[in-house]
Design a protein around this ligand. Structure first.
Ligand code: P1T
Length: 387
C-alpha cells in the first residue's frame, strides 16, 4: 500500500493490515505466541521472540507509522514506556530542553528518573521559539515538547522550532498525544520523532494503556529499535489488536469530539463562574493564529479556570454525572479532572503556579455523548459549586 497517496481515513482502516495470508481474515489475527519456531539454530523465519517482534504488533507499528507519515513505528506498553525508551538513548552528561508544560508523569521522568542518571532538563516556554537558543548548551541532545500542552493547551510552532533544532543538529521530539495525527503530523513539519500515549485518542476507548514512537530517521529508528528490544517495555499482542481496532474510528471520533468541544468551550467562555477558557479554537486563545495554521481541528481538550477555590473546584468535579471524574483523556466517554491534585501533582507547586495550574483549573476531555447532555451536566456542576 502506498500510504503517501492515501487519505488518513483510509490509512486508519487499512495501513499495515493486509488480509491474513492463511485464512484471508479481514481483521488482524492476535498472535499470542511468545516465541517462534526456527528451522535451524539462529535462522528464524519472520519472527523470533515476541519482545523483539510480533505479527500483531508489527501491524500496529506499520499503521502508526503510516498515520504519522513516518517510515518506522514502535509500539510500547504505555506512553511513559515510549518516552523512557527514547530518553534511554541519551547518556550521562547529556542535556534536554523541554517545553515548560508537559504531562506530570513526563516531568517526573525528567526530574526523578533522568536527573539522578546524570541527564538534566531545562524547561522553557517555547511560545517564543527564540528562547530555545538561550536554553541550548553544547551538551543538548534532545528537544522535547507537547503541543497542545497538557494541561494548559498552549501551542508551540512545530515548524519554527524544528528549523531551529536542525541548525543545531538536535532532534526534536513532539508528543502528539493531545492532537493525534488527524489534527497535525509533526514529522511533516520537521520534527524528528513523534511520541504518543496511545492510551488516549489513538485507542480511544479507555481500555488499553499503550504508547508509540514514530520517526523517518533511520539512525534514530535503529537506536530506538535496539532499546525497545533491550528494555522490553512492549505491549501484548492483544493490546496491539485493541489499539488497531480503536484506530479505525480515530478520524471520525476526533472530528466529532472536536466539534462538541468547540461548542462547550464557546458556551463556557461567556459563563458566570469562569475566569478563562483554554481552547485553541477560541479567538481569545493567545495562540489561535498558530492553531489555524498548524492544526486541522482545535482538538477536544478544554481546560477551564473556574473563579473557584479548591473546595468549590472539588464540589464542581464531584457533582458531574456524565463527565467521569478520572485521570486520562481521549476516550469516547467524557472525563474531567483537577490537574493540580491529580495528573500534575508530581510537579512542585511553585512550578505549577508559574505555568498556571492553579486551584480553580479543571481539565475536560470531551467525548462522544450528546453535547446538550454534556452542557446540562456542566450547568449542574456549576450550581453544585455555587458558581
Ligand atoms: O499514561 P501513559 O500511557 O503512560 O502516557 C503518558 C502520557 C504521555 N504524554 C501525554 C501528553 C500524556 O497526557 C500522558 C498521560 N496523561 C494522562 C494520564 C493524563 O491524564 O493527562
Amino acid at each position: 500500500m502506498h500510504s503517501d497517496k492515501l487519505g488518513l481515513d483510509t490509512l486508519a482502516i487499512h495501513a499495515g493490515q493486509e488480509p491474513d495470508p492463511t485464512h484471508a481474515a479481514v481483521m488482524q489475527p492476535i498472535v499470542m505466541a511468545s516465541t517462534f519456531a526456527q528451522a535451524e539454530p539462529g535462522k528464524p523465519k519472520l519472527f523470533e521472540y515476541s519482545r523483539s517482534g510480533n505479527p500483531t504488533r508489527q501491524a500496529l507499528e506499520s499503521c502508526l507509522a503510516a498515520l504519522e507519515g513516518g517510515t518506522h513505528g514502535f509500539a510500547f506498553a504505555s506512553g511513559s514506556a515510549a518516552t523512557l525508551t527514547l530518553l534511554h538513548t541519551l547518556k550521562p552528561g547529556d542535556h534536554i530542553v523541554s517545553g515548560d508544560d508537559v504531562y506530570g508523569g513526563t516531568f517526573r521522568l525528567f526530574d526523578k528518573v533522568l536527573k539522578p542518571m546524570g541527564v538534566n532538563t531545562t524547561f522553557v516556554d517555547l511560545r517564543q521559539p527564540e528562547r530555545l537558543e538561550s536554553a541550548i548548551t553544547p551538551q543538548t541532545r534532545l528537544v522535547w515538547m507537547e503541543t497542545p500542552t497538557n494541561p494548559m493547551l498552549k501551542l508551540f510552532d512545530i515548524e519554527a522550532i524544528a528549523a531551529r533544532c536542525k541548525t543545531h543538529g538536535i532532534p526534536l521530539a513532539v508528543d502528539n498525544t493531545f492532537a493525534s495525527p488527524v489534527i497535525q503530523q509533526p514529522l511533516k513539519l520537521g520534527a524528528a520523532i513523534v511520541v504518543h500515549s496511545t492510551t488516549k485518542y489513538i485507542n480511544g476507548h479507555s481500555d488499553v494503556v499503550g504508547g508509540a514512537l514514530i520517526t523517518s530517521d533511520d539512525a534514530i529508528a535503529e537506536r530506538v529499535g535496539f532499546y525497545q528490544n533491550a528494555i522490553g517495555g512492549v505491549p501484548s499482542p492483544f493490546d496491539c489488536y485493541m489499539v488497531l481496532r480503536g484506530i479505525k474510528t480515530l478520524p471520525v471520533r476526533m472530528r466529532h469530539q472536536a466539534q462538541s468541544a468547540e461548542i462547550l468551550a464557546r458556551r463556557l467562555e461567556g459563563r458566570k463562574g469562569v475566569k478563562t477558557v483554554h481552547y485553541p479554537g477560541l479567538e481569545s486563545h493567545p495562540d489561535h493564529a498558530l492553531a489555524k495554521r498548524q492544526m486541522r481541528l482545535p482538538g477536544a481538550m478544554v481546560s477551564v479556570d473556574l473563579a473557584a477555590n479548591v473546595d468549590q473546584a472539588k464540589r464542581f468535579l464531584s457533582a458531574l454525572r456524565i463527565f467521569t471524574l478520572a485521570e486520562s483523556l481521549g476516550g469516547v466517554e467524557s472525563l474531567a479532572e483537577h490537574p493540580a491534585i491529580m495528573t500534575h501533582a508530581s510537579i512542585p507547586k511553585e512550578t505549577r503556579d508559574a505555568i498556571g495550574i492553579g486551584d480553580g483549573l479543571v481539565r475536560l476531555s470531551v467525548g462522544l455523548e450528546d453535547v446538550e447532555d454534556l452542557w446540562a451536566d456542566l450547568e449542574g456542576a456549576f450550581a453544585a459549586a455555587a458558581l
